[in-house]
Design a protein around this ligand. Structure first.
Ligand code: F0G
Length: 358
């Protein structure tokens, strides 16, 4: 069997790389597409829901797909340093790939708004981390300005190489299923990922690898839903810190993905996100960070609104893929906060047996 060496090697012919590109890879991609029987069952007998578990990438999020291309191209272009703003995952990924590729990595984050695991990652991979008294949108503006005036490459998803790498997730889904899904659900923050998935599906369609395109169903958090509302949000709010973004960089592209695919972008509340977060971990055995659960929260919301009712109990199988963007271990504090704390008892077998109600 051929060894797996990451998304650039696997999908080289679809990516802007040449034999001269120095590939920096951590064997990202090739993540599982897990069938979710309980979520499928909640929708109807002819529904098949799959989870694209991007938390199993090397740094625990989908960002690694784009970062392998962005960092490899930065090296090819002679860069010595990269910079990004981040709600956490981009910085974790940029820091790791920079370490592997011997680049300096500068990270600007909103103070106090980054999940613990992500901050730990950026720090341990030796990025130069600067926290600003401000939000992600302000951080992005600052790094954009710096990258235009100093010799540092921007590796946020405004960098087109990031989108190129991230589109490989669509390829993997189609290669695995032998078709495109009917619907694709995913969380929307800075809107790079919905842009990338749609680009990937369209390219596979043009290459006749798939016969139909999915409808893209994007979900923002209610307190941070600029695309849904149609205007930028000054002070975005949500427990899903990864998507706490008020003015997405790829806003226009996300709207195109929505409209071209005849899909939608809607908002889900923090309560809906937390409920889907628990459903995923307790019923499907898949631990994700809160932002990732927005995919499932959105799917459940659409179901309760009757969105799928004319597709139910038909012969035709309806295939839905939900992207789970980041691993649950990224944000252990939310997990601990949202469940009952374990009891502490004396160190005796009988007490443990009694307390456990075996
Ligand atoms: N889910 C997670 C876990 C994320 O980290 C992000 C974005 C998204 C969803 C939304 O994806 O921005 O492409 O629409 N995180 C970025 C970051 C903003 O800095 O890590 P998007």
């Amino acid at each position: 069997m051929k060894r797996y060496n990451g998304v650039i090697e696997r999908y080289r012919k679809y990516l802007p790389v040449s034999s001269k590109t120095p590939v920096v890879s951590l064997h990202e991609g090739n993540t599982p597409l897990i069938f979710a029987p309980k979520i499928s069952g909640a929708l109807g007998s002819n529904f098949k829901v799959y989870l694209k578990y991007e938390g199993l990438n090397p740094t625990g999020s989908f960002k690694d797909r784009g970062m392998t291309v962005a960092i490899s191209k930065a090296k090819e272009q002679g860069a010595r340093a990269v910079i990004c703003a981040s709600t956490g995952n981009t910085s974790a990924s940029a820091a790791a790939f920079s370490a592997k590729g011997n680049l300096k990595c500068l990270v600007v984050i909103p103070e106090g708004a980054i999940a613990l695991g992500k901050l730990a990652q950026a720090l341990i991979h030796n990025a130069r981390v600067i926290a600003i008294r401000g939000n992600f949108d302000q951080a992005l503006k600052i790094v954009l300005e710096i990258s235009q005036n100093y010799p540092v490459k921007l590796v946020n998803s405004i960098n087109p190489f990031r989108i190129e790498g991230q589109k490989t997730a669509s390829f993997e889904i189609c290669d695995y299923l032998g078709r495109a899904p009917d619907f694709h659900c995913l969380p929307v923050g800075n809107a790079g990922n919905i842009t990338a998935y749609w680009k990937g599906y369209k390219e596979y369609y043009c290459h006749r690898k798939i016969k139909q395109l999915p409808k893209m169903l994007g979900f923002q958090a209610k307190g941070s839903a600029p695309i849904v509302k149609g205007y930028a949000i000054k002070n975005p709010k949500t427990i899903a810190t990864a998507i706490k973004i008020g003015n997405p960089a790829s806003w226009k592209q996300a709207v195109s993905a929505r409209d071209e695919s005849k899909g939608l972008i809607k908002a889900v509340s923090d309560a809906q996100i937390l409920s889907a977060y628990k459903f995923l971990s307790q019923k499907e055995g898949v631990f994700v960070e809160p932002a990732s659960a927005a995919s499932i929260a959105g799917l459940f919301m659409l179901e309760s609104e009757g969105f799928f009712s004319n597709l139910k109990n038909k012969r035709k199988e309806i295939v839905i893929v939900c992207t789970l963007t980041g691993h649950g271990l990224k944000d252990p504090q939310i997990a601990i906060k949202s469940i009952k704390h374990p009891p502490v008892v004396e160190a005796s077998t009988s007490t443990v047996v009694k307390t456990a109600r075996i």
